[in-house]
Design a protein around this ligand. Structure first.
Ligand code: 5GP
Ligand code: ZN
Length: 133
């Protein structure tokens, strides 16, 4: 896809530090990492997000996400791993080429996740009703 930064990385037009690749998937270091070793896992074909990608491609991607998580934990001595993925501007997606973030966590790394909320009134029941009907 023209003008996609990650497609440009795949074509070698923008430098990225490869962790490894398969026939379908490319793994590289995030340029602005949450922590040391923060990696991005992308399909070699351009899909915008989780709504766009085929389930077949997504399966290939998630298997590599698991491998990267194990790699980072072992090679970088991470205490734990966060895996996340954004879909849409409101979710904070900056690059419209689906990618999984794999973030090694270390003691006292100071990375903060979003604060938790609470359901109010009948909202919880309404959500359950909407999702299960
Ligand atoms: P998003 O916010 O879309 O979930 O994540 C996009 C990620 O891509 C960000 O964490 C950002 O640091 C990373 N990123 C953006 N441009 C580049 C780039 O040119 N090279 C690399 N390696 N990472 C990038
Ligand atoms: Zn792309």
């Amino acid at each position: 896809m023209e003008n996609c930064i990650f497609c440009k990385i795949l074509k070698g037009q923008i430098l990225a530090h490869k962790v490894y690749e398969t026939d379908n998937v490319f793994v590289f270091l995030d340029i602005n990492p949450y922590t040391r070793g923060h990696s991005l896992v992308i399909p070699k074909k351009h899909y915008q997000d989780v709504f766009d990608i085929s389930s077949d491609e997504l399966q290939k991607l998630i298997v590599e996400v698991q491998k990267v998580a194990k790699l980072l934990k072992e090679k970088l001595n991470a205490e734990a791993i966060n895996i996340f993925q954004r879909n849409g501007i409101m979710a904070g997606q900056q690059i419209d080429h689906i990618h999984f973030h794999v973030v090694p966590r270390y003691k006292e790394d100071m990375v903060k996740m979003l604060p938790r909320g609470v359901y109010k009134g009948n909202d919880f029941e309404e959500v359950v009703q909407l999702l299960t009907s």
